[in-house]
Ligand binder design. Structure first.
Ligand code: GLU
Length: 261
């Protein structure tokens, strides 16, 4: 058929993760094009889960902070304020397509505790069955893993496993994984990562870690590897290319999944 990625266009259940810096502050305007792409996937029948950070960054101006707070309690306070505003923005944008969002706040610990895990799984299944678009973030008031490292990269991989997604799309500020930090000379774009490739030749810089987020190439690769080993293919792409990414066009870096047993 065409050059489209079949694993994307045929995916029944898709988890998309977006980081703080892509959708807050001066990039808050990227929420609409992101939602356009999510809605297009939803309209073709896919079940879509969004894992979005950005609570702290979105809360900052409301606490009159012009830089990311450094102490945990103020980060949590900013997240509590910002989460509310963030969901409001998503819901406003989704309303253009008549889609309703459901807020799901989780911790990695919830996903390890069998009772919490099955509760979360049941809720997610029902939300998706009702054609709601769940928007997941870390529950920052009780857990702070993603505040410290990862900006939800790890949470997104765990959520993909929880819902047995067919695809995880990790969005960042950089369009793909490169052999070395992309601003450096000689950096080459990596198109595909086989499941057994440990990427030992890749020199890690920070992608998407500047400013208000906490993720980087390292946390993205770890998350992608985790999902790929669980049988879920992963596409690492830029937020600016989300439409192309979800339409199955050749963009970003593709992490091949281990075949499911
Ligand atoms: N859950 C936090 C948020 O949404 C984590 C992201 C971060 O480290 O900035 O703001």
């Amino acid at each position: 058929m065409s050059g489209l990625r079949e694993a994307v266009v045929g995916a029944r259940r898709i988890v998309v993760k977006v980081g703080s810096s892509s959708i807050s502050g001066e990039n808050a305007g990227q929420i609409d094009p992101l939602v356009d792409a999510l809605s297009a996937a939803h309209a073709r029948g896919a079940e879509v889960v969004l894992v979005s950070s950005g609570a702290i960054a979105t809360g900052m101006p409301h606490l009159r902070l012009d830089a990311r707070p450094t102490d945990l309690a103020t980060q949590q306070a900013a997240a509590a304020v910002g989460q509310n505003v963030l969901i409001y923005r998503y819901q406003n944008s989704l309303a253009r397509y008549d889609i309703v969002a459901g807020q799901v706040l989780l911790t990695a610990g919830d996903l390890e505790n069998p009772t919490h895990r099955s509760n979360a799984q049941r809720a997610m299944e029902r939300l998706l069955g009702l054609r709601i678009l769940p928007i997941v973030n870390e529950n920052d008031t009780v857990a702070t893993h993603e505040i410290r490292f990862g900006d939800n990269d790890r949470l997104a991989a765990l959520v993909s496993e929880l819902v047995q997604a067919d695809l995880l799309v990790l969005l960042s500020d950089v369009d793909a994984l490169y052999t070395r930090p992309p601003q450096e000379p000689g950096a080459e774009r990596i198109d595909r990562v086989p499941v057994d490739d440990d990427l030992s030749g890749v020199e890690l810089g920070d992608i998407g870690a500047a400013g208000v987020g906490t993720g980087g190439a390292g946390t993205k690769i770890a998350a992608a590897k985790h999902a790929a080993k669980a049988g879920i293919p992963v596409l690492l792409a830029s937020t600016g290319n989300v439409r192309e990414a979800l339409a199955g066009e050749a963009t970003g870096t593709w992490f091949e999944e281990r075949p499911r047993a």
